[in-house]
Structure formats: C-alpha cells, structure tokens
Design a protein around this ligand. Sequence first.
Ligand SMILES: Cc1ncc(COP(=O)(O)O)c(C=O)c1O
Length: 412
Amino acid sequence: MTSRRQFFSASAGAFLGGAATRGARADTKGYPYSEFEQRIARKDFRGMTKDVLPTPCMVVDIDLFEKNLKTMADSAKKSPIFLRPHVKVHKSVDVAKRQVALGAIGVTTATIAESELMSGGGIKGVLWTKQPASYNNLIRAVALTKRDPSFMFVVDDPRVADQVEEAAGAAKVKCRVAVAVYAGLTRQGIANGKPALDLAKKIHSSKNILLEGFMAYSGAASHTKGFAARRRKTAEDLSGVQETVALTRKDGLPVGIISGGSTGTYNMDHELGLTELECGSYVFMDTAYKKVGGKSDDSVYTDFESAMSVLTTVDSKHHAGQVTIDYGNKAMLQPTDQVKGMSWMQVERQGAEYGILRWKDGGGELKVGDRVDIYCTNLDMSTNCYDRYYIAKGNDIVDVWPIMGRSGAAQR
Ligand SMILES: Cc1ncc(COP(=O)(O)O)c(C=O)c1O
C-alpha cells in the first residue's frame, strides 16, 4: 500500500497544481476540450485522460471490472448455478452484454423501464422482479412479452395473476411468470407452503400464463456481517422456499427456475436450492458491501474489487484540516463513502454541489485542484445520478458507456 508520503510526492505538481490521480498524468495542454462531447459521441478517446473529465463523474477501472465479472462467472460455472445478474446497480447495456458474453443466461431488472431498455438493447432472458400491479405496468409487460417472448416477470398476488391472464388473452400472448415467494424480506413474496402452491397452481392452469418457477430474493441475508452468520441467515430465509418447491414438484407442477441470491451470498445459494443467481453489486462493489466480510476475512469482503469510483476535484481550501470538493448531495455523496488510497480522510456532507474532506491530525493534506477518487456507499442510488461511466485503463479513458433509464420518467 502506498504511504502518505509517497502518495503526496507522486501527486505534487500535477495538473492545476496537484492532480491526485496517481501515476501517469496527461499532457492536458493542447487537449481540444471544446470538442469533448463530439469526441465522446464519435468514441474518439485519443489523448483523453482522467485529468480532463468534468467532475464529479463515475470512472470504471476496466481491469478490475473485468476481473469481477470473471470471478463471478467462474464461480457460477463451478457451483454450478446459472447467473442472471441484476442490472439495477449499473443500468448499462454495455455491462449486461459483457455479463452475457461470460455466460449469464439473461438479466434481472427492478422496473419495467429497465426491462424494456435491456430487451431493446438486445439482451434476451430478462426477468423483472416486480409484479405489474398498475395498468401502465401491466400493458407494458404484455407488450414487451409480445416483442420479446424471452421476457419473464413475477407475480405474488392472485388478483394480479387474474389481470395478467386477461391482458395477455386480449393481446394473444402467453406471459412467462415466476411466483415471487417470501424469503426473509418483508417487502414482497407470497407466504410459502399452501398459499404459494395455490398461486402456482392458479398460474399453471391459466390459459395465457406459463409457470416458470419461483423468485425468492433473500435480501435480508445479503449484507449480514460475517460469512458464517450470513450462511445461517440465508439458510433460514430460504427454508420456506425449499418447502414450497418440494410441495409444487410433488403436485406435478413444473419448477423451471428458482431465482434469488445476491453478491453477499453468491457462494452459498447453490447449496440452498436456488437454480440461478440475481447478484448485481459484484460488478463494481460499494463500501456497504466491503464491510460484510468474506470467507477468509470477516472484517472486509475481498471476493470482488472496488472497480468504480466517483472522481471529484478539490474546489476550495480555507479552513484547517479540510477541503471542499465538487461532489455533493446531488451527486449522492454519503459520509460512509471512502477516499481511495487515503484511509485517514473522512467524507462529510455539505451542500447540493459541495462536499467536505476532513483529515485526521497528522494525515496527508489535499490542495485546490487535486483530483480524488471516492468509492460510493450504495451503487443503486449513486448510478442513478450519473449519465455515463468513463471507462479507464490506468489514467487513460478508453470508452464511455451510457447509464440508462435513470431518474424521473425514464426510470418508470
Ligand atoms: C430482487 C433483487 N435481487 C437481487 C438483488 C441482489 O443484488 P446485490 O448483488 O447488489 O446485493 C437485489 C438487490 O437489491 C434485488 O432487489
């Protein structure tokens, strides 16, 4: 690990008097910044480095990102278990395509808009994990089924099943549906045992719905601290699901998929009856996940690398022990974010477009113009605030991937 002294001497004298992006520094003189957006549109990244990016912005370390994708894909193959990764953490067709190229059988989504975007981007096997309870969602789910028969969604209420049956009949399509069952998280999922079996039977006997199986997201287990405790909690939360699956199979109904799981439980879910994983955060990782601990170390989760950070610029320095940065509340700064390579630095909220970095006595300082990478706390929330990922290889920008269907109407 870089010492404070090495760190600050490496960044001293960099761009604008001190870019904290270690190592290679761009020759920004003569960079045609006026053409920046046109270059992005043309995908012409020659000479473009992190130093010229507008901040705050999201930067992906392509090497660490690819390592994360491979770690998960290899683990799923070895388990074995299928992988249908959740896209709400990245909202990017570019990321999804790379997941599919490594063997994912589709993607999991949180909203109908995400489902439409992923399917429209050419991703087959989209599983939407909410039931279409509103008229708007129902009509769109049926329409998407018509355009893309590989699309699936969940239902946890017999009344919604009736509405799907009717809407699918009117549109002359067969909707593919998994029953969402309770798996320890009190936000969705019909009770296991007879209620779940009855709903599965109802769907199976419907003319316009195909029963795919079950969706059982054990989200209360995903961030349980410590590997052994997490294993216990997952087993507890999935026990009812196992009972439901056994009852359903005994009744002669097809159970094609049992979907669930998370980045925190990816290496235990295959032993607990799931046939596929909905993990999402592993692609980039956030500080909330880093704390849950792993198999080899209960204090830090090292299975996946921190592959994405928010790049920010120090705007002002007038008070002892602190600087002001341009990463603020609108960009989803949180006090639990962590500064890359500077464990002595504390992130504090200040205002809409301002944040504070405060250092402990004796810690290294920052100065105006320094560029700092910060790991965000919750990917789902943060990616929703940015419209693109800058893809970096070291200090060089090698690509830009849009973040789709975020904020407001586009998200719904
Ligand atoms: C339905 C569903 N499946 C799976 C996940 C797992 O995602 P992660 O791996 O990011 O914990 C989530 C996360 O919130 C979710 O809502």
